[in-house]
Design a protein around this ligand. Structure first.
Ligand code: ZN
Ligand code: ZN
Length: 164
């Protein structure tokens, strides 16, 4: 079985923690990559040239949150088990995508419609592979964008939120 490299920190290569607020909890970079909390904080403080994370982007360390899209995936302990060597996660059962993020949105009729468009995306998640990660990131960004727009009552923007 193959270890999911996307569930390891890109710097220290250790598997991410399944929860937030731990040294190994995943933090998202603006470029779409992720590293553990400890490496993130270490790298963030370094001058750009001294960083392990060399990137085309000017600044990847703006997000103060944990990477909840990864934590959601990792919290499915039945599906993802730590490899015997402890070098990463193995998929032993299909993952299901949680909808917690979207619950707050579904109270709005308009948003509900938009979310249905998301169903296709979710189907794609069922066929989990390394390819899943960019999809999940896109999904997370979209949910975030939607939530922000709902906060502003911007329903037109909401409609556009899920267009590819
Ligand atoms: Zn790390
Ligand atoms: Zn980057």
């Amino acid at each position: 079985m193959k270890v999911f490299q996307s569930l390891n920190c890109v710097v220290c290569k250790l598997p991410f923690a399944r929860k937030a607020n731990e040294a190994r909890s995943p933090r998202p970079l603006d470029c779409g990559s992720a590293m553990c909390h400890e490496c993130f904080e270490k790298e963030r403080r370094l001058a750009k040239e001294k960083r392990e994370h060399q990137c085309v982007r000017k600044q990847c360390f703006n997000n103060a949150n944990f990477a909840f899209y990864l934590i959601d995936v990792l919290s499915q302990e039945d599906s993802l088990t730590l490899s015997p060597l402890g070098d990463g996660y193995l998929l032993v059962k299909k993952l299901t995508l949680k909808e917690e993020n979207s619950k707050s949105i579904s109270t709005f009729g308009e948003a509900k419609k938009t979310l249905e468009k998301c169903a296709k995306l979710r189907e794609d998640f069922e066929t989990i592979s390394e390819k899943l990660m960019p999809h999940l990131r896109r999904y997370e960004t979209k949910v975030k964008t939607l939530t922000e727009r709902i906060d502003k009552d911007d329903y037109q923007g909401l409609k556009d939120g899920f267009e590819e």
